[in-house]
Design a binder for this molecule. Structure first.
Ligand SMILES: *[C@@H]1O[C@H](CO)[C@@H](O)[C@H](O)[C@H]1NC(C)=O
Ligand SMILES: *[C@@H]1O[C@H](CO)[C@@H](O)[C@H](O)[C@H]1NC(C)=O
Ligand SMILES: *[C@@H]1O[C@H](CO)[C@@H](O)[C@H](O)[C@H]1NC(C)=O
Ligand SMILES: *[C@@H]1O[C@H](CO)[C@@H](O)[C@H](O)[C@H]1NC(C)=O
Ligand SMILES: *[C@@H]1O[C@H](CO)[C@@H](O)[C@H](O)[C@H]1NC(C)=O
Ligand SMILES: *[C@@H]1O[C@H](CO)[C@@H](O)[C@H](O)[C@H]1NC(C)=O
Ligand SMILES: *[C@@H]1O[C@H](CO)[C@@H](O)[C@H](O)[C@H]1NC(C)=O
Length: 336
């Protein structure tokens, strides 16, 4: 919009223009969702979009069952970056609703609340989805009361700050950054002692015992800072570092227990791996299950048993990880 200052009729024009704009944006996308708004898995339900439709919030079929649905924020093209209740799924009669008391709730068809933002009675007046992928609940003065960026599920996107007070989870796997700036990956299953299978420092500068923040920069650098360093500590460079196409870059704790950096072109719906924390997938605890043996289908000997198996069935020179289920422990990883 051009400035309309100086013209005596401009005030009225501006008012009309603003009115049209508000009406248009309410009818299309980017508008604040007022109390009482809801989304459902029904085919005729609309989704909530960010102002430029870079991201949207809506229901998608659950990866585990086509009859269940997950409420997720997805990047244009379909890459999910956050989900309500960390992937909790509801039936086709379920909904995601902003209650009259200002609580964002994931509700099953039965009416049972599966997850909520816990913001009832805190003055929430509306929900809005920002271009960055941040879902915010704000009060009538526009102040943010709750934001999805403070409650990550398995993904961290550009401009999101992942701090040493947070964690990412994916099945039994947990990712965190400790106060010394180490990246850690653990396996934690109910009733079993947690196992940390990855614990790495990238710089010993984090001695101030401050909150350390992990960031995916728009240029593809994964970095750490505790606010005291002039230059952030580089954890990794994405393979396509510096490329500035219209893309989303993000970090994700995958269901295979590895922590990776990705990029996804707008509208492409596919993400390309750019870096992984655990270079050797066989180092991921529990990756091959209880009795599995983790190895590689390449020709160099790995162990008597597995290399005999391999040379017979997998005569390749690749490094793709394979599991041999049912073989006795301990896992055979000799030669690595
Ligand atoms: C969506 O469809 C259902 C039945 O399939 C209907 O009950 C409901 O009113 C429809 N909602 C809208 C917003 O059209
Ligand atoms: C939306 O897109 C327009 C045109 O590309 C751009 O000028 C504007 O800055 C974008 N807005 C946001 C919030 O990204
Ligand atoms: C992960 O963070 C959540 C929320 O702060 C907390 O409830 C949970 O205990 C944490 N999990 C681990 C394994 O630290
Ligand atoms: C951080 O990781 C380094 C290895 O990179 C390790 O030597 C050190 O003990 C770790 N620090 C903590 C607090 O676990
Ligand atoms: C670091 O800070 C935390 C929280 O402020 C505190 O609990 C802990 O004792 C501190 N550790 C050291 C070594 O100062
Ligand atoms: C640690 O980070 C500081 C600040 O970015 C840098 O000056 C220093 O060279 C780094 N040290 C190592 C070992 O990478
Ligand atoms: C290696 O094993 C994987 C997993 O079983 C398989 O998909 C891949 O085709 C194998 N690679 C070769 C070159 O045999």
């Amino acid at each position: 919009m051009r400035p309309l200052r100086g013209d005596p009729g401009a005030g009225a024009d501006l008012a009309v223009l603003c009115c049209c704009f508000l009406l248009l944006s309410f009818l299309s996308h980017g508008a604040d969702m007022p109390l009482g708004s809801s989304l459902s898995p029904a085919a005729n339900s609309t989704s909530w979009s960010s102002p430029n439709s870079t991201v949207s919030l809506g229901f998608a079929p659950s990866p585990t069952s086509r009859s269940l649905f997950v409420a997720a924020v997805t990047y244009a093209g379909g890459v999910p970056v956050w989900s309500a209740g960390a992937g909790a799924a509801v039936d086709s009669r379920g909904s995601l609703r902003l209650s009259s008391s200002g609580d964002l709730q994931l509700v099953k068809g039965s009416g049972a609340v599966l997850w909520s933002s816990g913001t009832a009675g805190q003055g929430v007046a509306a929900a809005a989805l920002q271009e960055s992928g941040n879902l915010v609940l704000k009060n009538s003065r526009g102040r943010v009361v709750w934001q999805s960026f403070d409650h990550p599920t398995d993904t961290v996107v550009m401009s999101q700050s992942f701090t040493s007070c947070m964690n990412l989870t994916s099945g039994p796997y947990v990712f965190a950054v400790d106060r010394s700036g180490n990246l850690t990956l653990s396996w934690a299953s109910a009733g079993a002692a947690p196992v940390t299978y990855f614990n790495k420092g990238y710089n010993n500068s984090f001695t101030a015992n401050k909150t350390v923040t992990l960031t995916m920069q728009t240029n593809g650098i994964v970095s750490l800072n505790d606010g005291s360093l002039v230059n952030p500590v580089v954890v990794a460079y994405s393979s396509n570092y510096g490329e500035s196409d219209d893309m989303l870059r993000f970090l994700r704790l995958e269901s295979d227990g590895n922590f990776r950096a990705y990029s996804a072109g707008r509208g492409s719906g596919t993400a390309t791996e750019q870096w992984s924390a655990v270079a050797d997938q066989c180092q991921v605890f529990g990756y091959c299950g209880n009795m599995g043996v983790c190895s590689y289908n390449r020709t160099s000997p790995v162990s008597n048993f597995v290399s005999a198996y391999q040379s017979a069935s997998l005569p390749s020179a690749s490094f793709i990880k394979v599991c041999f289920p049912g073989l006795p422990s301990p896992a055979v990883v000799a030669g690595h």
